[in-house]
Ligand binder design. Structure first.
Ligand code: AMP
Ligand code: MG
Length: 425
């Protein structure tokens, strides 16, 4: 292991510092229909276009009344009826009640709704059944209880999900302005790799990292841009890096370990990369590399530099170890927070949760481990157990997992029944 390997905590802090430095980053804005807004990032605050709810609304089927009158249990004369969709009505006369349905506007003068199940209604009169009473405001959502017209409902930077789409629709926004997705170049390197469409010859394997990372990038709000596989040769890596030159973020997999054909770091160094770290005391994922390319990168062998690196910003890059589980873990831990920051998203990454450990787990002092695990996410306490695996090349084990168990570097062992941290994916 590289002697200057950072602890997980130090590497995570460094990545968050760089992510925070991107906080003022405001990508270009585009407008999308609500139907295409899921997974995008809101560019402006969403404001209430009117009071929410726009009228005092009954939350029950029953009878609108004055709470004080109804609670004396005197029979009240039913003077009208309102269903959802009817315009606001009233006023409610003294000693009377008004039949009302869920979602209907409460008549003026009424301050509570008696539930249908709590009354006796006959011959045009209704009576609250003793000993039950009703309190002022009961079963009514007051006008503007959720928001006043013009109030901010969602801040800019909100990653848009189903609930946000519902809220936008309720506010009459058929379209939303969202940030343009950052373009993330994904470069798989390795002489042994063949594209998924090809049958591997003996000794070859399929490039599974690129489609996996593309899916992870899309899930974090990025636009994946998968480059052709680069061979483990200096010129091949040079031209592949030049190809990726105008990405907003560059993810390279493979070629970052200490092997004879691990040529990614030298290739990055040739184009003036600044390395923030080149190893982290984690398992899997030790040789992870994080850094930035200078604004006007000079690519060896490329004359038309202007064509590349068009956005003129310092492009962040990650060199992720080629083993698929290592690539997945290090993406979630380190690349995801930078990508979310580039997307101007408030999505907190990485995401951890607590769970109860099902069985003892051995630690490796000095290394923070992230082991494929399955969490029940059940009530009352989520329980997590390791998924048996054959090491960081075991894609099938990773596919059976739904999180990674985090084993702190100072732990001797984690005991069954203890509360542990899990990395959510
Ligand atoms: P490396 O990090 O290049 O030393 O690769 C470590 C291991 O991951 C080797 O067994 C590689 O064959 C494997 N590997 C590298 N790149 C990929 C990839 N794109 N897809 C699947 N496995 C890979
Ligand atoms: Mg390799």
């Amino acid at each position: 292991m590289s002697p200057d390997a950072l602890s997980y905590d130090a590497a995570a802090r460094l990545v968050s510092k760089h992510a925070a430095s991107l906080a003022r980053n405001r990508p270009p804005i585009e407008r999308v229909n609500l139907g295409h807004a899921a997974g995008r990032v809101l560019a402006h605050p969403l404001r209430a276009d009117q009071d929410q709810p726009p009228f005092a609304r009954s939350t029950r089927d029953g009878f609108a009344c004055r709470a004080a009158e109804a609670s004396t249990h005197e029979p009240l004369v039913v003077t009208g009826a309102t269903k959802a969709g009817d315009p606001p009505c009233g006023p409610l006369l003294r000693h009377s009640a008004w039949e009302i349905m869920t979602g209907a506007p409460v008549p003026r003068g009424a301050d509570a709704v008696m539930m249908l199940e709590h009354v006796e209604a006959a011959d045009g009169r209704v009576q609250l059944l003793p000993p039950r009473t009703v309190a002022t405001g009961e079963n009514i959502v007051a006008r503007a209880a959720q928001a006043r017209k013009g109030a901010e409902l969602l801040p800019a930077g909100t990653p848009i999900g189903a609930a946000h789409i519902a809220l936008a629709a309720a506010c009459g926004s058929a379209t939303l302005e969202v940030f343009r997705k950052p373009r993330v170049a994904i470069l798989a390197t390795g002489d042994e790799l063949v594209p998924v469409q090809k049958s591997p010859a003996p000794g070859q394997i399929r490039n599974s990292n690129a489609p996996m990372l593309a899916a992870m990038v899309a899930a974090c709000g990025g636009e994946p841009w998968v480059l052709p596989i680069a061979r483990d040769k200096a010129p091949a890596l040079d031209s592949a890096l030049a190809e990726a030159g105008d990405a907003d973020l560059l993810l390279i997999t493979g070629g970052v370990s200490a092997g004879k054909f691990d040529l990614v770091e030298p290739a990055l160094a040739r184009i003036g990369a600044r390395f923030h770290f080149t190893a982290v005391r984690i398992q899997p994922g030790k040789p992870t590399v994080f850094g930035q390319l200078p604004p006007r990168t000079k690519f060896p062998g490329i004359r038309d530099h202007a064509k590349y690196n068009r956005n003129g910003t310092k492009c962040y890059f990650f060199g992720l170890p080629g083993n698929p589980v290592s690539s997945a873990v290090t993406f979630q831990l380190f690349a995801a927070p930078i990508l979310c920051a580039l997307a101007a998203s408030r999505d907190p990454r990485p995401r951890f949760a607590l769970a109860r450990l099902a069985a003892d787990v051995k630690a490796k002092p000095g290394l923070t481990r992230f082991l494929p695990a399955a969490c029940t996410f059940a009530v009352p306490t989520p329980e997590v157990a390791l998924v048996p695996w054959q090491g960081s090349g075991d894609i099938a084990a990773m596919a059976r997992a739904n999180c990674f168990l985090a084993v702190p570097e100072d732990a001797e062992r984690l005991k069954a029944g203890s509360t542990v941290r899990i990395l959510l994916v």
